[in-house]
Write a protein of this length. Structure first.
Length: 183
């Protein structure tokens, strides 16, 4: 099962100002999330960003919103984006959801389990997920994998969205995102 750009949506869960500092790798997670958002924005992948109780946890990191200015930002209070009914209908019309964010073992996990229950093909971007501890992240990823989610990396996502070196944006994308040092 490959990610199909005609069927996929990117869902970024709760990478927010007051929450990121408590994560195990705050600067790395933020940099990798910005990389993924910028790359998928160039490919015009539909993107939704959720914010868990932004009054208390602050908004999504500004650099992430700037990387994907067309992304739809939604607020939620439930841990699962699905349970909170904050996701747009357009996300449910597509069969694949690429998910990343925080915390891996709470909001990402519950969202992924709910998406799987709805029959979606779910791809969890392991290197753009984080929790307060490595053990919690590992447990969340293992549970999602056991439930049927595909665990991927951001490079896997990018290459599957491109599909071929013949893609019109391949040279530009590879030069910008795949050559040199990456976060």
């Amino acid at each position: 099962m490959l990610i199909d750009p005609r069927k996929a949506t990117l869902l970024v869960v709760d990478i927010q100002e007051k929450l990121i500092g408590a994560m195990s790798d705050p600067s790395g997670t933020a940099a990798r999330a910005r990389w993924l958002l910028a790359a998928t924005a160039e490919l015009q992948l539909p993107t939704v960003i959720s914010e868990q109780y932004p009054k208390g946890l602050g908004p999504t990191l500004e650099a992430l919103k700037a990387a994907a200015p067309a992304a739809l930002v939604v607020e939620k209070q439930h841990f699962s984006c699905v349970a909170g009914e904050c996701l747009p209908v357009s996300l449910f019309e597509r069969g694949q959801v690429i998910v990343c964010g925080m915390e891996t073992h709470v909001c990402v996990l519950q969202t992924v389990l709910d998406l799987l229950a709805l029959g979606k093909q779910v791809f969890v971007v392991e290197d753009v997920c984080d929790s307060r501890t490595a053990a919690s992240k590992a447990a969340g990823l293992a549970r999602m994998r056991d439930a049927g989610a595909q665990i991927v990396t951001r490079e896997m996502v990018l290459f599957e969205l491109l599909g071929s070196a013949a893609h019109p944006l391949f040279r530009q994308i590879s030069k910008t995102y795949l050559v040199g040092e990456q976060p």
